[in-house]
Design a protein around this ligand. Sequence first.
Ligand SMILES: Nc1ncnc2c1ncn2[C@@H]1O[C@H](COP(=O)(O)OP(=O)(O)OP(=O)(O)O)[C@@H](O)[C@H]1O
Ligand SMILES: [Mg+2]
Length: 394
Amino acid sequence: MMLHDTIAAALDAPLFPEAAAAPPPALQPGAAAAERPGTPGAPSGGGGASIVLRDVSRVFPARGGDAPVAALDSISIAIPQGEIYGVIGRSGAGKSTLIRTINGLERPTGGDVVVDGVAINRLGDAALRDQRRRIGMIFQHFNLLSSRSAFDNVALPLELAGLSRKAIGEKVLGLLDLVGLADKKDRYPIELSGGQKQRVGIARALATDPRVLLSDEATSALDPETTRSILRLLAEVNARLGVTIVLITHEMTVIKEICHRVGVIEAGRIIEEGLVCEVFAHPRTTTARAFIGSLPGREVPPALAGRLRADPAGAAQTVLRLTLTGAAAGQPLVTRLARELGIDICLLGGQIDSIGALPFALLYVGVPAGAWAGGPLRARLEAAGATTEVIGHV
Ligand SMILES: Nc1ncnc2c1ncn2[C@@H]1O[C@H](COP(=O)(O)OP(=O)(O)OP(=O)(O)O)[C@@H](O)[C@H]1O
Ligand SMILES: [Mg+2]
């Protein structure tokens, strides 16, 4: 029942769409497409915010003996058109409530939700239905209708919009081609893999030419390889169509793969926000640190952890965690400083990666104890853009 509620409202369909008699009259097909920005691609920054949340709260009232729940607590976010904005948080943090508030499935108890210049929380039901066609949504469990083929699932929002069969045919085939499923158009959901089902879900979400695409844990039911392919598809959709994407997840790998900015949500509040590479390099909250720390390659290597001591007395080396992003990560910093300062630097572990298009390096190194205490090493590392943390002594 929950699933049908969600999908029907998100698609603005009746609860059991296959039994629907007539399409709703109010839609003007193609209106959203006509307003699409001329230069899709990277976030515009100055091009105006696509989604603005101002002091948004959602309190679920007390029920039975339970206290009221503040699922969202004064959240303010501004997301420019064309950005991929990730929201990461633990279970119960308020992620789904947040995303449901953005497409008007949930009405805030305080504040405003402005999508494409329209305060959707102030709209009446009919106007909200119209506005929702400009907001696509994809779901963790795909929410496809099992009795419809891939083609007919994607066609559904267009049928509801009253498009001609010919227009629907052209549009759906184009969308199935975009998501790489042109050859699977007549398959039913049961005949498709999880990744293929999500591709159908993405094609369906794009059918009404939305300016905004919302994704609630859309890759959580998929294996890592399929997750990457779906994330790549979302990045391509963002780049080709200029669609703003809000992506909810509890996995930092998802954020790292395609998001431009990230907000960390906890107990209904955004407790930290920034460019993904900045939050990765300089997490400010313990929650952000915990999410980032759980990524492969981030942990202190077990063999090193077993030898680390907190007390520097008598230790030969100081062990540092160096974090470098952007241009700093591309320099031969370690070898240059070793040569110029005449010290040995032991590489003890770490990760060299890219976040978005930016190089990122996290290195565990051991430096002679004397070289760290009082020497120029720290200043030289920091001048080169490295963040340094002493994590112990060996
Ligand atoms: N309809 C509702 N009525 C009462 N409380 C609700 C309702 N929906 C959500 N909540 C509560 O609001 C809080 C946030 O829920 P939400 O579903 O947004 O979390 P989430 O971050 O999406 O969690 P998960 O990762 O488990 O999906 C939780 O405490 C939840 O119990
Ligand atoms: Mg959720």
